[in-house]
Design a protein. Structure first.
Length: 404
């Protein structure tokens, strides 16, 4: 239907052009005199150019878009180069070039420079560049390049869309953090980077002696009472592994949450520890516990695509997601909203002897409310560590999380 309408519109404009020519000629023939013939001859260049443009095809054009690379970090600059070529040197009055960007990218281009008017004349090749100074985080699509031209009167219009679909991935910006691990016991939380052999396990019960058990494991008192050899059964404390859980509920602090999560993940992985990741937005983004460059790549890829459109509240994620129920490790929760429901959900993790740390992201100059102070004290009673982190001050001091 749209194609038929465009064809009718095109025929109508051509008819109007011919009628203008007939009117100008009739006026000169019947009126006579210098003025009428001058108007006719003055109109002839516009008429013939429009006629020639009617038969000129934009299929003559070839367009290429060039990018320096396909992966960036937020706030980096992107330079896009568009090269136009054509076979015939038809004199074009002007040409409008528009790079069809995603909405987020279009807003990031200053002064709409992705759309520009050029005056090619007889040139067969020309290059246009524009710059996006600060790339927004996310997966962005550069869909097509549209060109448009017209005659002097705007009656004959030519437009063509060249499909040049490309995608760039913009990872979140991150800062260097000073990361310290804290080992959580009943006595409280302390910072430590060295674990002694006595700290790696705790006695959880006794069992019958089995060949291969060490002598130091034998519980002599219990063995004397039972008149048989029994050994201590050890309950392993949590390792240095941790799972980072990020809140994806709609919030003005969301980009800061993403940036801090990236910074934290980067810092932990650099210590040689393993991490897992969970974020629930319109999709369920899970990274199994692992380490190294592969984990970092998966983490930053997930954070590049994550959005603030979680279908359920953060505390519901902590209470119901199967990934959290499968692992007995340290949990780090990153959010901007400290609520009593969140503390209640986190306390269920601590009840399973899983240390929990919560980082609350604040904007610069944002005050900590009385409710948040009270909730932090409640969290402390459950052994949950709550830390308030401010924008642009992620690296202001060492970060510590509760570890088992």
């Amino acid at each position: 239907m749209g194609g038929t309408f465009q064809w009718i519109k095109y025929v109508w404009k051509l008819f109007v052009l011919l009628m203008l020519m007939i009117i100008a000629f009739s006026y000169a023939m019947f009126q006579g005199g210098f003025v009428s013939w001058f108007l006719l001859y003055s109109f002839l260049p516009f008429f013939f150019y429009a006629i020639f443009l009617t038969f000129y095809s934009l299929e003559d054009f070839s367009i290429e878009r060039s990018l320096t690379r396909w992966e960036y970090y937020a706030n980096e600059a992107l330079i896009v180069k568009i090269t136009l070529k054509r076979d015939r040197a038809f004199p074009l009055l002007f040409i409008i070039i528009e790079d069809c960007l995603s909405e987020a990218l279009g807003k990031a281009v200053q002064e709409n420079k992705y759309k520009v008017i050029l005056f090619p004349g007889f040139k067969k090749e020309w290059i246009y560049e524009y710059k996006i100074s600060k790339l927004p985080r996310g997966e962005h699509h550069l869909q097509a390049v549209r060109i448009f031209t017209s005659d002097f009167l705007g009656l004959i219009e030519k437009e063509k869309r060249f499909e040049l679909s490309e995608m760039i991935l913009v990872h979140p910006a991150y800062e260097k953090l000073i990361f310290e691990s804290g080992y959580n016991y009943e006595q409280g939380i302390r910072s430590s980077n060295n674990v002694t052999p006595t700290e790696v396990s705790m006695v959880g019960g006794i069992r019958e002696y089995q060949p291969g058990d060490r002598l130091s494991w034998i519980n002599w008192k219990a063995s004397a009472k039972r008149e048989g050899m029994v050994t201590k059964e050890f309950e392993q404390l949590q390792s240095d592994d941790m799972v980072i859980v990020m809140d994806c509920i709609k919030d003005p602090h969301f980009e800061m949450i993403v940036s801090f999560t990236a910074s934290l993940g980067q810092a932990v992985l650099q210590t040689g520890s393993h991490i897992g990741f969970l974020a629930i937005d319109n999709d369920r983004r899970v990274i199994p516990i692992q380490g190294g460059a592969v984990c970092r790549q998966l983490l930053f890829y997930s954070l590049a695509k994550v959005k603030d459109d979680a279908p359920v509240a953060f505390d519901r994620v902590l209470s119901t997601d199967s990934f959290l129920l499968q692992h007995k490790v340290s949990y780090v929760l990153v959010t901007a909203q400290l609520t009593s429901q969140l503390i209640e959900a986190a306390s269920r993790l601590t009840a399973r002897r899983c240390p929990v740390s919560i980082f609350i992201i604040k904007d610069t100059g944002e005050a900590i409310t009385a409710f948040e102070q009270a909730t932090k004290l409640t969290a402390h009673k459950y052994g949950i560590k709550v830390t308030f982190v401010y924008k642009e001050r992620f690296s202001a001091g060492p970060l510590e999380v509760s570890r088992g």
